[in-house]
Each structure stands twice: as C-alpha cells, then as structure tokens.
Ligand binder design. Structure first.
Ligand code: GDP
Ligand code: MG
Length: 598
C-alpha cells in the first residue's frame, strides 16, 4: 500500500470512556478480527489490565479498510497506555501517529485524563478527531458534551462524531474520518534510516521484539542495525507488520509501523523513545525527545520468608524484561533482612508490580511505605540522591533537601471545589488556576509535592468529591523543602523500615498519628511493646501495646482437639504475614501504616 494511503492513529480517553471497546469495534468492522477471534477488548492482553480496565503496555495493530473513494487504506492503530504513570510511554506512542481519536463518554463528559492526554496529543501536533461514545446511554448528553469538547479544541459541535462502541452505531463514520482527516505520513524512503521505538516486549526464545515506526529511510530484512541510545548493534533478522500476531515482510518503508526481531538479549538496549538506524550509512541524529525514564516512587520489597530472597530476585528479573521502567537493587534492612529497593514510575505502576509478584509468582512479600527520591545537598558541597528514608544523612551535615513537585489537574463538579482546595492546601499545594469547562464543571490546577500525592491523595480526592472528581498529574521539577526524618522505635530499637521523611510542619502530628496507628496494628504479645516516634534524638510521641495475659491455646488443652488444630493453623496463616523484629512480631500492614491513617 502506497505511503499516501497509510494512516497512523491512536485512541486517547479517560479511563472507562470506551477506548478498548471502540478499538474492538474498529477491528471488527475492518474484518481484522473474525468473530471467532473476537474476544472482548483483545488489545488488553494482561489479565490484570483487563480487570482494572487499563492498558499498561502499548501495542499496535494494522487494519485494511476500503474507504468511500473505493481505495484500500492501511490503518495502523497504536494503542497507548492510558495512565499518568506512563506519560512518557504515551507521548512516545503518540509520536508514532499523525492523528488521535479523542473518545469522550457522552454521559460523563470531559475528565482529567481526557485533558492531559489531549494536551499530550496536541503537543505532538496530532490531528484530533473528537468522538462522543456511549450515545446509547439514556444519561448521555451529547449536545452539552460536544459543546464542551469544541470549547477546548475548537470546531463545530455538530461535527463531533457520535458513536456507540457497544452497539456499533457510527463506527463507519469513524473509519472514514481517519481516512479523511489524519494526514498520511511523510518521510523519504532513500534517506538514512530513523525509526522510533514506541514499545518492546520480551520473548524467551527470540529476545526483545521491538515495535517501531519508520520515520525516514527503508529497513530491509537482514540489515545490520544500531540502537542509537546505547550504540548496541544487531541484525534485523525478522521484520514485519503487526496484525493480531506478527506478519513477516521483506521491508519497512517510511510511515510504516512494524516490528524488528534481532536476537536482542538485553532489554536495556531496546528503550522506548530510542531511534533504530542502519549500522552502516545510518542517520547521524536520533529522533527528538528521547529520555531515559527514571522511576519516581520507591519502596522496599522483602520476602516474608527470607528463604524466598532468590525467588524474589528471579521474579523481579522476569518482570523487568517486559518493563524496562522497573528498577531494583538489593538492600538490607536491619528490621526486614534482605530485600530490594524497587523503583516505579508511580503508584499505579507500583500496585501492578506488587500484584503480579503475588499472583504470577506466588510470592509472599512485605512492602514498605512508598517514598519519592530526595536530592540532598550536604554541607561538604556534595549532592546525593536518597531513595530510602532510612539512608537520609544526619541533619547536621545537610544544607538542603529538594523533593519532586508535580502539577495536578483536577476536574470536578463545582460543588466540590472548596473541599478539594482544602485537600490540596493540606497537602502543601500551591494554587495555580481554575477554569470552567462547562457551567458546572471546573478544571482546577495545583502544584503539589509528589510525596503528598503518592500515599492516599487519590482516595481522599474521591471521597471528598463523592467519586466525581478526576485527577491527573505530571512531574515538573525539584524544589527545596524543610524536610525531616521521622524514626520509629519498637521497645527502644529503631526500625529502619518504618522511617519516613516528613515536612517540618507536619512532623509532630505525623509522629503522633503514626504511633497511634501502629498501636492498633501491632498485635498484643507476651510483653509490653513500646512504640515511639522520634525526630533525631528527640522522642515526640509514645504508645504502648499492652502484654497479652493468656496463652492463646491454653483454653483448648484437654478439650476439643480439632478446634485446637484449627486455631494453630489459623495462627500459622497469620504468622505468614508477620515479620519478627527483635522480639516483636509486626504484621505487614504496619509497614504501610501511613497509608491507613486518617
Ligand atoms: P477504556 O477504559 O477506555 O478502555 O474503556 P472500555 O472500553 O473498557 O469501556 C469501559 C466500560 O464502558 C465497559 O464496561 C464497556 O462495556 C462500556 N462501554 C464502552 N463503550 C460503550 C458504549 O458505547 N455504550 C455503553 N453503554 N457502554 C459502553
Ligand atoms: Mg481499556
């Protein structure tokens, strides 16, 4: 198919507005999927993604469509991850396209990710095709929502496509709009090769499979290739298009989207955003915008049973093969033993990894409180990065601590503005602007320390707005803050895994609430357990878990045997999620106490 009949597009939407369902309908309408192959939301391949309704890794799929002019077009749908944690991956995937379908739920209207994704797409100069979905719903308000969309992006509300991805109404018009409105890709087939990596997956037998969009030049099967970011060299042993599976082709020309397999054993060589070129006579410049993604949120992950340490390492290694953004390095905690400090792009990414360790690898793990990365300037003039609160140096040798900040976009019905502003203020937020999207919905912008939103901000936001507000954020920079390390001691021994970094103004309150929560979470033992919070050498709060009076099993002696066994079994189960710290048994929940404080 000639270059002027190629169309590369993606679908962007707030979560649950129907991106996956629309993708399914397009695949069906173009005959890309037979009904036998059809299964709901075929593009979301991981179980977890399907359950949570999010697409974590992007994929691409090629469709053939005969348009109104009688010509056959090749339409490449590039599926983008939908969540803020993956913003960089979203922008790389968008960069592989010329157009974006903006899906908005006709009943819900514009939400935070509608806007953040739209801004990303406009930043890449994509042609935006607005589509109102779910017009079949009785609660749909197509006219009002269409108006609010055109208020944002311009144009006539009458031109906003109205579809139901559920019933199939309006799908043909979407296909025609892609042909008519998305510009064909540019690029010179004879120029030096520049192809953008927008995703990769790892195959045990074939190595890294790299998904690329050819921007300039022509890639032929067998060509020696170089990954420019790492200067790693391979041969393009197999290349081709992405249909439901992979379809080998002899060459990939400008504008084409496809895959490269080259026995790449090291996934670190195939970084999203990198440029693949020819080893001989290749391009001298990388495509713009490449950056190494850095994790933003860190947490300690420890096996509950220290014998599982090597299994945990193997599991993290496996996960990293398909998730180059995941980082981990061994660390030792006096309290928890051997484990790893794991870096994530954000909270969702962290939850997903934890759940996969549990479900796919059946590992029993203890996770410590997530924290951000701090840049610490020492009085010696040296700057260090602190990814683990227990490694924060003594205050005496610190001249400055900087923490990451984000801009947050909150979209809410007007009645919750006050409550949400209160929440942001409490989280050390700085008000930026507020704009009305419709008469009763507002786009509220704040700058906030990332540390203040990684814990429970999302839950709080949902609760103060009765679930109506939506939220998205983006990293901006690092700023100086008055931060201190808060230590926790159990029976006088500091527990490194319970250390946190807190703002000076919140330290006392935090110490008090943390001790109280720990008192609730730590079960009674054979002796009193003293819980103390301290700033430096100064104890600021204390609670006591009173000793247990009776032996748990005592009352069963001589009694019903099976009942005693049951009780012991139950205890054993409970134990699995306990960690022994000194003489004190501490449950997993205690390490996340901050998350459950009110
Ligand atoms: P995504 O998170 O944007 O990928 O959204 P999904 O495609 O997973 O859809 C979210 C929910 O909305 C699912 O329960 C879909 O069945 C439902 N849905 C999607 N499109 C429509 C539609 O046109 N009409 C109705 N009534 N429901 C829809
Ligand atoms: Mg989806």
């Amino acid at each position: 198919i000639p270059q002027d009949r190629l169309r590369n597009f993606c679908i962007i939407a707030h979560i649950d507005h129907g991106k996956s369902t629309l993708a399914d309908r397009l695949l069906e309408a173009t005959g890309t999927l037979t009904s036998r192959e059809m299964q709901a939301q075929v593009l979301d391949s991981m179980d977890l993604e399907r359950e949570r309704g999010i697409t974590i890794k992007s994929h691409a799929i090629r469709m053939r469509h005969t348009a109104e002019d009688g010509e056959t077009y090749a339409l490449n749908l590039i599926d983008t991850p939908g969540h803020v944690d993956f913003t960089y991956e979203v922008s790389r995937a968008l960069n592989a396209c010329e157009g974006a379908i903006l899906v908005v739920d006709a009943a819900q209207g514009i939400e935070a990710q509608t806007i953040s994704n739209l801004y990303l797409a406009m930043g890449q100069d994509l042609e935006i095709i607005p589509v109102l979905n779910k017009v079949d719903l009785p609660s749909a308000q197509p006219d009002i929502v269409a108006q609010s969309i055109t208020d944002l992006i311009g144009g006539d509300p009458a031109d906003v496509l109205k579809v139901s991805a559920k019933t199939g109404v309006g799908i043909d018009a979407v296909l025609q709009a892609i042909v008519d409105r998305v510009p064909p890709p540019g690029g010179d087939p004879d120029a030096p090769l520049q192809s953008l990596i927008f995703d990769s997956t790892f195959d045990t037998y074939r190595g890294s499979i790299v998904y690329v969009r050819v921007k300039e030049g022509t890639l032929r099967k067998g060509d020696p290739i170089t990954f420019m970011a790492t200067n790693a060299k391979y041969n393009a042993e197999e290349i081709g298009y992405l249909k439901l599976g992979m379809e080998p082709m002899p060459e990939l020309t400008p504008g084409e989207v496809g895959y490269i397999i080259g026995s790449v054993k090291d996934v670190q060589d195939t970084k999203v955003g990198d440029t693949v070129t020819h080893t001989r006579g290749g391009a001298s410049e990388q495509l713009p915008g490449y950056r190494d993604v850095k994790p933003m949120v860190f947490s300690g992950i420890y096996p509950t049973d220290s014998a599982d340490f090597e299994d945990l390492r193997a599991a993290l290694e496996r996960l990293q093969l398909n998730d180059a953004a995941l980082t981990y390095e061994p660390e030792t905690s006096a309290a928890l033993g051997f484990g790893f400090r794991v870096g994530f792009l954000g909270m969702l990414h962290m939850e997903v990894v934890q759940e996969r360790l549990d479900r796919e690898f059946n590992l029993d793990i203890v996770t410590t409180m997530p924290n951000v990365r701090y840049s610490v300037e020492l009085t010696s003039g040296e700057t260090i990065e602190v990814e683990n609160p227990s490694e924060m140096p003594d205050r005496g040798i610190i001249s400055e601590i900087r923490e990451p900040y984000v801009t947050a976009q909150i979209i809410t019905p007007t009645e919750y503005i006050g409550a949400l502003m209160g929440l942001c203020q409490e989280r050390r937020g700085t008000y930026i602007t507020q704009e009305y999207i419709t008469t009763d919905r507002v786009d509220l912008q704040y700058e906030l320390p990332l540390a203040e939103i990684v814990f429970d901000f999302y839950d709080k936001l949902k609760s103060v707005s009765r679930g109506y507000a939506s939220f998205d954020y983006e990293f901006i920079d690092e700023r100086t803050s008055d931060l201190q390390k808060l230590d926790v001691m159990l029976n006088g021994d500091p527990v490194d895994a319970l250390s946190t970094i807190v703002h000076k103004d919140k330290a006392y309150d935090m110490g008090r609430r943390l001790c109280k929560k720990l008192r609730e979470l730590i079960p009674r033992q054979m002796f009193d357990v003293a819980i103390q919070a301290a700033l430096g050498n100064k104890v600021i709060s204390r609670e006591t878990v009173k000793a247990l009076r009776k032996d748990v099993t005592a009352r069963c002696y001589g009694g019903d045997i099976s009942r005693k066994r049951k009780l012991l079994e139950k205890q054993k189960e409970g134990k699995k999620r306990m960690k022994q710290i000194g003489a004190v048994e501490v449950p997993q929940e205690a390490f996340l106490a901050v998350l459950s404080m009110d």
